[in-house]
Design a protein around this ligand. Structure first.
Ligand code: HEC
Ligand code: HEC
Ligand code: HEC
Ligand code: HEC
Ligand code: HEC
Ligand code: HEC
Ligand code: HEC
Ligand code: HEC
Ligand code: HEC
Ligand code: HEC
Length: 468
């Protein structure tokens, strides 16, 4: 064989082999063999869907970066990120990049390196703020003597989201009482009537299923539901496509679908479904992944679950009985059907649970109870097609970490800011699900108020501020 032929065979061989491996790596079902190290807490569910992050077999860092931004860009923007990329493309800050290229997510969030990964997927030592903020003690005498691994301790600063920790926010709300006089969350009543798919003409008309499919309990549950109130009949769900569910006429027996899919719910509840896909309950079903991954189950999870629930799949129906759609049942009982870690189990001994029971019993005002969902799936105001509605955020990770995210949307409905910061910074209270008072006091509010007083004092003392 000529030298040239050997060369050709070798090159072709390498190309075929590497093509084969790239193919297996990025396109095949059997990717487990290639996992180079376990994925982080946030991403372990999508670990085997390599192509969600490595969107192309070719290309370097910018490909990964774009993948991070595609999934997380909006949320960081909404949180008013304190260190956006733009801060570092500014030439005045270019020198800061010498030690750490903070324009790249992977500078701080690497993957497949579980042994060096801390909370929230951070792969740097805790004192990394030092790299850019050495001068803080000079600029702010109040920070003298503080160690750099304390900057980001709960209740002081975060790298991205500082919305509940800005100085003016602290001074504005720092004096509120521990428990507010009107401790309530926003109401969901009346909303039913505002839903775009509400069809008053059809209200409570008899179920339109074919008689063969009727079951007594199903019918009774449905009759008591918000769907019956709103005229969403059996045929509203038991059809193959959302488009068919909008048809006024009942489906013929051959159109009847036994187990309607999420797509049917999504047809009328787009916002809830979209947020469900963003969190740990629904992320495996997100439209770009659902063809590769099965629904999440507790057996695939890294938390402690009820063993009986090991193989229950996460869909809308795991929290909502599709016929009664009783939201009170969804808010606590459904969660405890699966979750069995110390924090979740402790809830039923907490003062918040007592408030929730009083609300259910009707002895306390609506909105004064605190369920699992009050904290993890908060009610939020939305304006859709010009209409103000209160919808439930179905991404239970949206306010989970750093947990100061819970302050504005949840705790502050009922508690003062100082109390909420102290409570969330206390790891023991997380374990007991907030039974008892915070053990320590976080200084940040006092520091902000002191600084405001001092600067007010100097302002009044300085002559140019004295009004003629
Ligand atoms: C959640 C996003 C994500 C998923 C899913 C993911 N990776 Fe990665 N992967 C990364 C990141 C980020 C890096 C860069 C880590 C670093 O710089 O230390 C990386 C690095 C790598 C590397 C090292 C190459 C290099 O450029 O350093 C290999 C090989 C790799 N991943 C393979 C895989 C395979 C195979 C899968 C699927 C089984 C997978 N990855 C799934 C994010 C991901
Ligand atoms: C396919 C979408 C997707 C891609 C791509 C992706 N993520 Fe995520 N990420 C998620 C989801 C879903 C979660 C879990 C829910 C949450 O914590 O918000 C998550 C969680 C996280 C967390 C929080 C972890 C925790 O424990 O609280 C960080 C940090 C993170 N991602 C950073 C990154 C970075 C950096 C990249 C790029 C290398 C990336 N993500 C790529 C979807 C994605
Ligand atoms: C210089 C380090 C650094 C860089 C660069 C960085 N992060 Fe982070 N990230 C952190 C730290 C530290 C936390 C822990 C919470 C905090 O302090 O805000 C975090 C937390 C997160 C979280 C979970 C908490 C939250 O507030 O949502 C997400 C998601 C996230 N980062 C995504 C990204 C993405 C996407 C990029 C790139 C666009 C990125 N990060 C770049 C340091 C960094
Ligand atoms: C790669 C460099 C870099 C690192 C690392 C870094 N910062 Fe910054 N930070 C900056 C720059 C640049 C600014 C804007 C200019 C300034 O205020 O010095 C800034 C501003 C801030 C601000 C004022 C933010 C605002 O919204 O006004 C805070 C608070 C802050 N950083 C805290 C931290 C904390 C806490 C850490 C560590 C978790 C950290 N930084 C790590 C570069 C960095
Ligand atoms: C044809 C449209 C339609 C379909 C399909 C549909 N819904 Fe509804 N749903 C409504 C309307 C209208 C309401 C009443 C207004 C509201 O509460 O938002 C409602 C209310 C609800 C409520 C609130 C109940 C309460 O007591 O306040 C839940 C939970 C719910 N739906 C879940 C689902 C689930 C899960 C599916 C899929 C199995 C689904 N819906 C399918 C239209 C629909
Ligand atoms: C909001 C959507 C919705 C409405 C309205 C609805 N169903 Fe269902 N139904 C479902 C879903 C989703 C399932 C599948 C549950 C599962 O996966 O186990 C189901 C399951 C069933 C089953 C199978 C038995 C069971 O309990 O799992 C029967 C029978 C049934 N429905 C009958 C009806 C009848 C009759 C009506 C009208 C009175 C009705 N459904 C109204 C969504 C709905
Ligand atoms: C069918 C079982 C099931 C039900 C019902 C359920 N969960 Fe989960 N939950 C899970 C699984 C599985 C995970 C993902 C765990 C993982 O990725 O390791 C999860 C994740 C979470 C997380 C994120 C944990 C983390 O560390 O990021 C929170 C918070 C949570 N669930 C709260 C709730 C609440 C509140 C309810 C009730 C409204 C509820 N869950 C209902 C199974 C369930
Ligand atoms: C982890 C449990 C859980 C899952 C999974 C879940 N929900 Fe919910 N959902 C709840 C809870 C709890 C409430 C009520 C919270 C409240 O009253 O504040 C609720 C409320 C609702 C409401 C009424 C409030 C609103 O936003 O209009 C609708 C509609 C709804 N869910 C639809 C869905 C759909 C569609 C899915 C599937 C994509 C789904 N839910 C999956 C727990 C869940
Ligand atoms: C008063 C608000 C509040 C209530 C009520 C509440 N939680 Fe939590 N939950 C939190 C906070 C805060 C965290 C901690 C986030 C962090 O810092 O990691 C948390 C964490 C979790 C986690 C993640 C645990 C882990 O180890 O990663 C799960 C799962 C969870 N809660 C489920 C539930 C369930 C189920 C209920 C009801 C039985 C419930 N929670 C009630 C505030 C609450
Ligand atoms: C709907 C109102 C409401 C919301 C929302 C709420 N709480 Fe509470 N919480 C209360 C009330 C009222 C009490 C007092 C109950 C009692 O003493 O019987 C309480 C008690 C507590 C306690 C125990 C105090 C003690 O003396 O034992 C802690 C800690 C706590 N809340 C923290 C939080 C945190 C942190 C959040 C946000 C994640 C939060 N709460 C959200 C109303 C609320």
């Amino acid at each position: 064989m000529s030298k040239r032929a050997v060369w050709l065979i070798w090159v072709t061989g390498v190309l075929v082999l590497s093509g084969y491996y790239s193919f297996r790596l990025f396109a095949s079902e059997d990717q487990e063999a290639f996992v180079i190290g376990p994925a982080t807490h946030g991403h372990h569910q999508i670990e085997l869907a390599c192509a969600t992050c490595h969107t192309s077999a070719f290309g370097g860092g910018e490909v990964l970066q774009q993948a991070c931004v595609n999934c997380h860009g909006k949320e960081l923007q909404a949180a008013d990120d304190s260190h956006p990329k733009a801060k570092f493309t500014d030439p005045r800050n270019a020198d800061r990049l010498e030690h750490l290229d903070a324009r790249q997510c992977v500078a701080c969030h690497r993957e497949h390196q579980l042994e060096q990964t801390g909370a929230m997927g951070v792969t740097l030592p805790q004192d990394f703020c030092f790299l850019c903020h050495q001068d803080i003690a000079e600029d702010r005498p109040s920070h003298q003597g503080m160690a750099f691994d304390t900057c980001a301790s709960a209740g002081c600063h975060n790298y991205h989201d500082n919305q509940a920790l800005y100085e003016d926010f602290l001074t504005k709300h720092g004096q509120e009482p521990d428990i507010k006089a009107l401790a309530r969350i926003v109401q969901r009543s009346d909303i039913a009537l505002k839903h775009p798919h509400h069809q008053p003409g059809k209200a409570l008309r008899a179920a339109d299923a074919n008689a063969g499919a009727l079951e007594d309990t199903v019918l009774a549950d449905w009759l008591s539901s918000a769907h019956a109130q709103a005229g969403v009949n059996c045929s509203g769900c038991h059809t193959a496509t959302p488009a068919a569910s909008a048809k006024a006429s009942p489906p013929s027996p051959q159109d009847w679908v036994d187990k309607p899919s999420i797509a049917i719910c999504q047809g009328c509840h787009g916002e809830e479904t979209a947020t469900f896909y963003q969190g740990k309950h629904g992320m495996r079903l997100a439209p770009n992944l659902s063809r590769t991954l099965t629904p999440m189950t507790p057996s695939l999870g890294r938390l402690t679950f009820n063993p009986d629930a090991a193989h229950r799949e996460l869909t809308c129906a795991s929290c909502h009985d599709p016929h009664s759609v009783d939201v009170r049942e969804a808010a606590v009982d459904s969660c405890l059907g699966c979750h069995a870690d110390t924090h979740s189990l402790a809830y039923q001994n907490s003062p918040h649970f007592q408030l929730w029971q009083a609300e259910l019993a009707g002895t306390a005002a609506p909105g004064s109870g605190v369920s699992c969902a009050t904290c993890h799936m908060p009610r939020e105001s939305h304006t859709t097609s010009g209409m103000q509605r209160v919808l439930v955020n179905h991404n239970q990770n949206a306010n989970l970490r750093p947990n100061e995210k819970m302050i504005r949307g949840v705790c502050q409905n009922c508690h003062g800011l100082t109390f909420a910061i102290d409570a969330l910074a206390d790891p023991h209270l997380l374990q007991t699900n907030f039974t008892g008072r915070p053990a320590h006091h976080i200084d940040s509010v006092d520091m902000a108020i002191r600084r405001l007083r001092e600067s007010n004092a100097t302002e009044t003392a300085s002559p140019e501020h004295i009004q003629p």
